[in-house]
Write a protein that binds this ligand. Sequence first.
Ligand code: NAD
Length: 301
Amino acid sequence: MTDIGIIGLGNMGGPMAANLSRAGHHVRGFDLSASACVAAAEQGVEIVEAASDVCTGAEVVITMLPSGEHVLDLYRNGGLLEAASPGTLFVDTSTIEVGESRLARDLAVKAGHRALDAPVSGGVVGATAGTLTFMVGGEAADFQNVEPILSVMGKRAVHCGASGAGQATKICNNMILAISMIGVSEAFVLGEALGVSHEALFNVVSTATGQCWALNTNCPVPGPVTTSPANSDFDPGFATALMVKDLGLSQRAADGAGVVTELGKHAHELYVHYSQQGGADRDFSGIINAVRESIEKEARA
Ligand code: NAD
């Protein structure tokens, strides 16, 4: 049994804390939201009065927060680093900027602690089922240390390199996903215009060289994959607002590194547009509606 502190008991952090508690770890948790605290307490998490209280006696402190601002603010002003015993392992599982992640690590190390970035993929379903994938950046020895804990919350944890490498890997993955979903959407809309049925296109492409997760698992047209969000008016799934956030992070990281990712940049603009047109809370595969609209507009012009 390990003493674990966790801050951020929302859609992701709540079920992650519940899984840790269910596995027999002593979990202290804190969230600004009273309802998130009540839900976590029902799952065996000991709720404390202040964020810094999760550090009392903790060997590992996990954060699962909306943005880098939240993480850095807590590290700088939340009293966590002061309250933790020397050498505590801070594991930030939020999705934040690569630069912010390295800054958070530096703050923790300067205060005498250890730190890893460990963003996840798998969404709320994966957090609940304990099947997340963790992408981890930081010291290899710290990764090995925390692996047994990550294995309670996920099915796979990969050490991606030095501090920030977990965040970098996550945003590269999501940039591929965003671009491939647009490509799949364009193919279905083109197929419609050329008289090819969704079923025929899916049956061929899903086993041909065009196959990818965006088509095989999260198909943007209803029918071929009965579990894809397209069958339920794009009920997420992975909400467009979160995709916009991750693409924004990838573009800021690209700017910082002096790298131009043309398709990533364009994909970001298209998802922002779809988000502003009412798609923010829809699954990101709803981008097919924006693609169809834009192709039809071009055809009319
Ligand atoms: P969420 O908004 O449901 O949860 C965040 C929680 O943090 C909220 O309950 C909020 O009250 C709490 N919080 C904010 N500031 C706080 C503070 N100072 N002290 C204590 N608690 C504080 O968000 P989420 O969906 O759980 O996402 C969390 C992170 O995981 C984000 O970085 C997101 O990008 C990433 N992520 C989410 C998904 C997903 O499908 N939801 C998938 C992968 C990664």
